[in-house]
Design a protein around this ligand. Structure first.
Ligand code: PEP
Ligand code: MG
Length: 574
């Protein structure tokens, strides 16, 4: 049966391929139905995984490291208890018998049911035990992965595959290689979530907030995903398929044409040079940034080096990564943000269930709370400044005392490097991200103390409008054109310009064509965005005259009616 679903478009492009269903984030597993004669074997496989995990627990207990804290035993006992509870050790088995599904799927479904029940607890301690349930399930899944069962023979490598999930975390997504999947689809998520950001940087079409896609789509269904319109067509008929194949090749042709602008300077019609930089997650992303003509890296989200691993990267590994990025850009600026962990980017094993993770211990707050980690990163960053044009960016500043504390950390790190005779650039520029309304309103003090500023519109909008950027239920309220947002942007840009402090926008707004002229009109001269978008924004800059957009931009700033603002923006972009 053919049907269409609508969601939130987060990464453009058209993908045509077969569905591959996966489950929730870290419990990401395939779902398939087994032939009847394999069901007993599958139950035995599940039992074997339980038994092997039991042995693993007992070996962990007997080889308990001497320095392990007393809670270690209690922790192991708790995990063993959770695993042996019939809800996790028997219920999945029954499901395999009844539904003939694979063991991983049965385990995942049962785990999600349990996690949902834990979520209902009022007691915060009990609620947090859902993390233990997930960890036990992951342990079992790893065992099952070591002994794969009978995979469906339809596992195909010859056709494009579209990943369909209820949810995908940024950590899940960053593991995929570019072009490994033709597209990503999720039931939940917002347009400026980090999952969306990674999809864009992988240059892969993605639509989120499709609500029930994972339930409605079946493994191997034929799908068309229109990343521009946020539309998913399931099992299309031949005419629709032909129509989209045509659109797909037109879209690709258009991208190719735009790439020809790679070496052109981004000058406005009246001759102002606009800096178009790229946002990256890993040093390898430099290649794509350069291919698309970015003249610098405006945001290296260094926290992605910390995800999907059991041990954190130490000073040496980070130093190599930062040095690689700097030398890859050949003297062009590389702005590296100190790690913005927390909220939707959690380090393995440290997942906390905070009541309001976006308002909790994340970004610079987390750095300052973990001085050892922060010091190691600052050492790596400062050392790398000796090898290229690196600038350091501090995320999520809200108060001057936070900034002062950070600057003291930098000064102390410089001092210890000097005393060890390790070279670094003493003149390295330190910048701050303006992404909390308090910082935007108090911008003068930040402008006075910092060398440059970068506006993180994703968070600035989230915090100004109190809209969770990862929640599709409120995604329609996430409005970059809200007068409050425009006034904050205008204020930050004009004060920075007045103080002669370079300012850029590195949030997703910088990569949206609809806002390029508006931001230029507000006085912005530096933009940083996902690499693939640089050519389109350059084309818009090349066809813009700053004197011509000045009056309309001011009118937009003075307007307070949303329809009027959109109408004026339409005229600005005409
Ligand atoms: C932002 O908030 O706009 C930003 C660029 O940072 P991130 O998206 O990583 O939170
Ligand atoms: Mg941010």
């Amino acid at each position: 049966m053919s049907f269409t679903l609508h969601g939130i478009s987060v990464s453009s492009g058209i993908a045509i391929g077969h569905a591959h269903l996966v489950s929730h984030t870290s419990l990401e597993v395939a779902h398939y139905i087994l032939p009847k004669h394999f069901v007993d074997e599958e139950m035995a496989r599940f039992d074997a995984a339980l038994e092997a995990t039991r042995k693993e627990f007992s070996s962990l207990r007997s080889n308990r490291p001497a320095h392990a804290v007393a809670e270690f035993d209690a922790f192991l006992e708790l995990h063993q208890m959770i695993m042996d509870d019939p809800l996790l050790s028997v219920a999945p088995r029954d499901m395999i018998a009844k539904e003939h599904c694979n063991a991983e799927w049965a385990l995942k479904v049962q785990t999600e049911t349990l996690v949902a029940q834990f979520n209902e607890f009022e007691d915060a301690y009990l609620r947090e035990r859902q993390t233990d349930v997930k960890q036990v399930a992951e342990r079992l899944l790893k065992r099952l992965a070591g002994h794969p069962g009978h995979q469906p023979s339809t596992a195909r490598h010859d056709v494009e595959t579209i990943l369909v999930a209820h949810d995908l975390s940024p950590a899940d997504l960053i593991q995929f290689k570019p072009q490994q999947y033709a597209a990503f689809i999720t039931d939940v998520g917002g347009a400026t979530s980090h999952t969306a950001i990674v999809a864009r940087s992988l240059n892969t079409p993605c639509v989120v907030g499709l609500h029930h896609a994972r339930e409605l789509v079946r493994e191997d269904d034929m799908l068309i995903l229109d990343g521009e319109q946020g539309v998913l067509i399931v099992n299309p008929d031949k005419t629709i398929l032909a129509e989209y194949k045509l659109r797909q090749s037109e879209w690709e042709l258009e991208r190719k044409k735009l790439k020809r602008l790679r070496t052109a300077r981004a000058n406005t019609l009246d001759g102002s040079l606009i800096e178009l930089h790229a946002n990256i997650e890993k040093p390898e992303d430099i290649t794509e940034a350069r291919e698309n003509g970015a003249t610098g890296i405006g945001l290296f989200r260094s926290e992605f080096l910390f995800l999907n691993r059991d041990t954190l990267p130490g000073e040496e590994e980070q130093f190599e990564a930062y040095r690689a990025a700097a030398s890859g850009m050949d003297g062009q600026p590389v702005v590296i943000r100190t790690f913005d962990l927390g909220a939707d980017k959690q380090i393995k094993g440290m997942e906390r269930v905070a009541n309001n993770p976006a308002l909790g211990l994340r970004a610079i707050r987390y750095c300052l709370a973990e001085p050892q980690l922060f010091r190691a990163q600052l050492r790596a960053l400062l050392r790398a400044t000796h090898y290229g044009n690196i600038k350091i960016l501090i995320p999520m500043l809200s108060s001057v005392s936070e900034l002062n504390q950070t600057l003291q950390f930098v000064a102390a790190t410089k001092q210890s490097l000097s005393s060890e005779g390790i070279p670094y650039n003493n003149e390295v520029k330190i910048g701050g991200m303006i992404e909390i309304p308090a910082a935007a309103l108090a911008i003068e003090v930040f402008a006075k103390k910092l060398d440059f500023l970068s506006i993180g519109t994703n968070d600035l909008i989230q915090y100004t409008l109190a809209i969770d950027r990862t929640d599709e239920e409120v995604a329609h309220l996430y409005d970059p054109l809200h007068p409050a947002v425009l006034h904050l942007l205008s204020h930050v840009i004009s004060i920075s310009n007045k103080f002669d402090v370079p300012v850029s926008v590195c949030g997703e707004m910088a990569g949206e064509l609809a806002y390029t002229r508006l931001l230029l009109g507000l006085g912005l001269r530096q933009f940083s965005m996902f690499s693939a978008q640089v050519p389109s924004i350059k084309q818009r800059v090349l066809t813009t005259s700053l004197p011509e957009i000045a009056a309309l931009t001011q009118k937009i700033l003075r307007a307070d009616d949303p329809l009027k603002i959109r109408d004026l923006l339409g005229r600005l972009n005409a």
